[in-house]
Write a protein that binds this ligand. Sequence first.
Ligand code: SAM
Length: 285
Amino acid sequence: MKYSLSNKRTIDKLLSDAGFTFKKSLGQNFLTDPYVCPEMAAAAADSETGVIEIGPGIGVLTVELAEIAKKVIAVELDERLRPILAKTLADYPNASVIFSDVLKLDLKKLIEDEFKDCKRVTICANLPYYITSPIIMSLLESRLNVESITVMVQKEAAERLCAEIPSREVGAVTLAAAFYAERELLFEVPRESFTPSPNVDSAVIQFKIKQSVETKVKNEKTLFRLIRGAFEHRRKTLVNSASASGVVSKEKLTSALVELEIPLTVRAEQLSLEQFAVLADKIDD
Ligand code: SAM
């Protein structure tokens, strides 16, 4: 049987039959807008794609992905959703669920073991907002063999992740995302599109993973430590913020900036990723 999984009455019935109540602590806001999931699925997959979904909830996005993709594996933390997902995914033999914390799962191994027969692998999810950044950063940093990541996040996080560099909207996470991927904000989703309705709007973003690193740097760890330190105290200059956070001494950073002819008053948000990389190389000298 196929369910209208974005229909509020269907959602209420499925949840009440299973005695399920929402857990705010798990970021459980389920989509009720029928247009969002088909659009996300179309942006993330085709018939030769294997998709990893994070947090399927009752399966509203999972079924749209399963309609289009070759194979879908969803990772859900909340075991209470098991009987509901068994019902809603019953007609989709190409979709399955692993009950686990996505941050503890070996996704590299999952991709190697489960998607051998797929031409490409992508990630698609309406992310639990309480762990958006850790999930996105761990997906990017672990250099998974995936082509793209299409996710719904809080609108504010979407704007920061996709901000133009340099600009006032940039944060450490913007530069990290830009290091690994081409970034695009696809569309916005108002708060009324969920049950229960969160108190923020959302947006769907897409990262197309760069197949080779464009930003040349001797030591990526130094680059990311410098970026984190530079943004730790946003109101301070880059020199003061990075030295206060203990990443590098004030003297070393000052002489590197002078050598590169960058004003000492510069703030982190005013530098490009390439300038950060050159600075990181100087610090490592
Ligand atoms: N995909 C559904 C939708 O669009 O309606 C539900 C999205 S809801 C915003 C987030 C989902 O992530 C919930 O089902 C929640 O239980 C699940 N979740 C929360 N933390 C998780 C984690 N660490 N690992 C995997 N799933 C998680």
